[in-house]
Design a protein. Structure first.
Length: 160
């Protein structure tokens, strides 16, 4: 069965420029990786779960922040690991210094028999679109592209 994740692409305007909120995966495997290793806050969901509800839940679990607003469905993207990611764009703001993640267990070092807890995310940050394109997983760049197209269309509607 194909794995599916759901997440939120939070965005804001800062000094007139579009910024997106991304998170960096926690744990020792990702500790020294930066470029191409950030993500929207997301997580897997089951067959009986509403994907938007799962996206909102995962955002809160990974960041500690609740998000409300107008959720705009984006076209699902497939990551390199074949996971299908469903995402919604929503405008909002949060203080990255206050992000607080849940944890997951991992045997570390490998084959040691020692299980340790690691945060699902170890950092959260706001990025310009140019920087976000360098930081985000390749498989999620399509989400950034679609967000820009949607927002450009919204701007045209405002000016008509």
């Amino acid at each position: 069965m194909e794995k599916k994740s759901a997440g939120l692409l939070l965005y804001r305007y800062r000094n007139g420029a579009l910024e997106v909120f991304l998170v960096h995966p926690g744990g020792p495997i990702w500790a020294n990786k930066d470029m191409g290793s950030w993500s929207i806050p997301k997580g897997e969901f089951g067959p009986d779960e509403d994907p938007l509800a799962a996206a909102r839940r995962e955002f809160e679990e990974e960041t500690g922040f609740k998000v409300d607003g107008r959720f705009t469905a984006l076209t699902p993207v497939k990551q390199r690991n074949k996971k299908l990611v469903f995402a919604w764009a929503v405008e909002g703001d949060c203080d990255t210094a206050l992000a607080k993640s849940n944890t997951f267990p991992l045997e570390w070092p490998p084959h040691s028999g020692i299980t340790r807890e690691f945060p699902e995310i170890d950092r959260a940050a706001w990025f310009s679109m140019a920087t976000a394109r360098e930081k985000i997983f390749d498989g999620q760049i399509g989400l950034l592209d679609e967000l820009e197209k949607i927002l450009a269309g919204d701007q045209q509607m405002v000016h008509q």
